[in-house]
Design a protein around this ligand. Structure first.
Ligand SMILES: [Zn+2]
Length: 362
């Protein structure tokens, strides 16, 4: 019997190509900020400024009888969307600016952005044509009620954990959970709650050997063997025994298993894809901090939703312009700019409405 059908390998890519393209042109808002020697803003406060600008300008667009946004406002808006890595919206803002005032640099920017967005999907190693719904399967059934999270810090010769690292990772986990709670408010579901149970798994030569096999780009039995070996160090025969025990102790509706290695590679999830499946987990292969973007926030939130039944959107050919801010799509720079759109909400049990999509759902 094939135990799993779908394995979601994720490359949470930093999209620096676009920023490199944008900066020489830099006609808008961010350039103004950067040019001011008095202003020493961190990326995150730039994010805040941008969110405010986007909110103001979007509001302005919705007021009837008001003039359309002018050229500079569209540029500023485009820069801000690009800063937040919301590139589809950046593209339409730049196109609106171009209609008002054409210039060669702006046209070049638009063309680069279009090329980049096309390449993103077509260069994906495994482009797909359809979406797989995995509702209600496995220990993480639906993101409602109480969820117990087994969070395992794994030590190997390539993955070491200081206590500060572990604290920061758990803060990030909590941040992602708060983000789930905030998103749930859009769907009138009972607020999800979480209990985090944290374990530190000491390394040994066997763990290091397992770690070295993890980056193989195809479904691998090694991952299962690794997970079983890790939980055996906690006194359990299988991952499901560990989750069942925690679920009972905490009287939880759902259980999730995270295995975190402090080493940059491609994170992935093995979600349950059929009803009687009992084992699912995700390997997070991400360091605590990337100064350029909230990589760990995004990864934890994204991989967690695979366990609840959501599929990827970023590698579906006809999803290029579908729900582009969804967390299962390409990453935004900061988690708070991502959303749970209707299809992901359906997959994780927040809605019974299966939305109309430009690609088939199975
Ligand atoms: Zn994914």
């Amino acid at each position: 019997m094939i135990k799993f059908i779908v394995k979601n390998y994720d490359a949470v890519r930093a999209s620096f190509f676009i920023l490199a393209v944008l900066l020489p042109v830099s006609i808008g808002f961010l350039k103004l900020l950067e040019d001011d020697p008095e202003t020493s803003l961190t990326h995150e406060s730039e994010g805040g400024e941008c969110r405010k600008l986007i909110e103001d300008l979007e509001l302005k667009q919705t007021i009837p009888d008001k003039e359309d946004l002018d050229y500079r406002s569209w540029l500023n808006l485009g820069d801000c969307y690009a800063h937040l890595w919301r590139y589809q919206e950046a593209l339409s803002a730049f196109k609106n600016a171009y209609v008002l005032q054409s210039s060669t640099p702006l046209l070049e920017l638009i063309t680069s952005l279009e090329e980049y967005l096309t390449e993103q999907v077509t260069t994906e190693e495994r482009p797909r044509s359809f979406y797989t719904v995995m509702r209600n399967f496995g220990p993480a059934k639906h993101l409602t009620g109480k969820t117990v999270v087994a969070y395992l810090f794994i030590e190997t010769n390539q993955s070491q954990w200081s206590s500060l690292d572990r604290q920061q990772a758990i803060s990030t986990l909590e941040f992602a959970q708060q983000w789930y709670v905030k998103q749930a408010k859009n769907y009138q579901v009972a607020e999800p709650t979480f209990v985090n149970r944290v374990f530190h798994i000491e390394g040994d030569p066997m763990m290091s050997r397992f770690h070295s096999t993890l980056s193989i780009q195809s479904p691998s039995k090694h991952d299962d063997d690794f997970t079983r070996y890790v939980v055996s160090k906690l006194g359990f025969d299988t991952p499901s025994q560990l989750l069942e025990k925690l679920q009972q102790e905490d009287q939880a509706d759902n259980a999730m298993l995270f295995l975190h290695l402090n080493k940059q590679a491609r994170s992935f999830a093995w979600p349950c894809t059929y009803r009687w499946c009992e084992e699912e987990y995700t390997f997070i292969l991400e360091p605590i901090k990337d100064p350029r973007w909230q990589s760990l926030h995004y990864t934890i939130a994204h991989e967690g939703l695979h366990l609840f039944g959501a599929d990827d959107l970023y590698n579906i050919e006809n999803a290029k312009t579908y729900a582009t801010n969804d967390i299962m799509h390409y990453a935004s720079r900061y988690l708070e700019d991502s959303e749970i759109d209707s299809l992901t909400a359906y997959a994780i049990g927040w809605s019974d409405f299966k939305p109309h999509t430009p690609f088939p759902i199975y």
